[in-house]
Design a protein around this ligand. Structure first.
Ligand SMILES: [Zn+2]
Length: 286
């Protein structure tokens, strides 16, 4: 998808206003898995809400608080991954605003307590003076993953359901390919005008975007299935066969995604096996 005409590249540390009720400040954590960095969204003009404060980076969080101009009343988290959530607690210290997210979101300390002050779940809505956010529970990349549909503008704040220029990692046990595909199908049916991903620029048109991601995953799934049918037994073998042009660090990531595909196929009764292998096509073992 070519967004180059629509928007200049994402620049960490620069507040980028996309509409009267939507601004983006990208955290300075660029990387292989985070693209230019994690997008922090500042929503609303009168009262404000922040989505995904990002990592615990003092300079970034102070910039987010400054952009909030003393009007931040809630801090929302799409999911608990370290590039999205830890900054929420520092931002809470700075602003006094409540941390909100799915009740399944866990704190870093390994405790079983929910890490949110106020739970949000599918169907909940948050009304600001000049905006509304509708919450959607979209498990797959992470079990507790939420997306937020912003009105006005019909913008989907998509967390890590999609990202610009790359595919999203779905790695068990936190990641679940069956749930991810179901969530993509659901997002595909929404009436939205643009998708605001956790990493990279705004993505349009949404329908074509989701169609593309779904088609890519279906293609990968077919490749995993035929690798197993061709005699690959171990995930490492399947990765080596399918992800031929991928550098070594990304092959490790691909390992998780292949496993997620195998677990989905296992759930559908099309392959037999567990963990790293051995895996068999369902016909072979019967
Ligand atoms: Zn992320």
């Amino acid at each position: 998808m070519d967004n180059s005409q629509a928007e200049s590249p994402v620049e960490p540390g620069t507040l980028h206003r996309l509409s009267p009720v939507l601004a983006r400040l990208t955290a300075p954590n660029p990387g292989m898995m985070t693209g230019p960095g994690t997008n922090t969204w500042i929503i609303g003009e009168m009262d404000r809400v922040v989505v995904d404060p990002g990592p615990d980076d003092m300079e970034h969080l102070e910039a987010v608080a400054a952009a909030g101009e003393g009007r931040i009343r809630a801090i929302l988290i799409t999911h608990g991954h370290p590039d999205h959530a830890p900054g929420a607690y520092r931002l809470r210290e700075i602003t006094g605003a409540a941390v909100m997210g799915h009740p399944g979101l866990r704190g870093d300390g390994g405790s079983n307590d929910s890490a949110v002050d106020e739970p949000l779940d599918d169907g909940d809505r948050l009304d600001g003076e000049d905006f509304t956010l509708h919450c959607l529970h979209t498990p797959g990349h992470a079990a507790e993953h939420l997306c937020f549909l912003l009105e006005p503008g019909r913008v989907l704040i998509a967390g890590d359901m999609v990202m610009e220029g790359s595919t999203v990692v779905i790695s068990p046990p936190d990641g679940d390919m069956t749930a991810y595909m179901d969530s993509l199908e659901r997002l595909r049916e929404l009436e939205v005008d643009a998708v605001a991903p956790g990493h990279g620029r705004m993505l349009r048109p949404p329908r074509a975007l989701f169609d593309g991601v779904i088609a890519h995953r279906q293609q990968r799934e077919a490749m995993v299935l035929s690798a197993v049918a061709a005699g690959d037994r171990w995930i490492g073998e399947i990765v080596a066969r399918i992800y031929t042009h991928v550098p070594a660090p990304l092959q490790r990531v691909a390992h998780g995604t292949v496993r997620a595909h195998l677990e989905k196929l296992h759930g559908e009764g099309r392959v037999v096996g567990q963990d790293d292998g051995p895996w068999y096509a369902a016909e072979e073992s019967s």
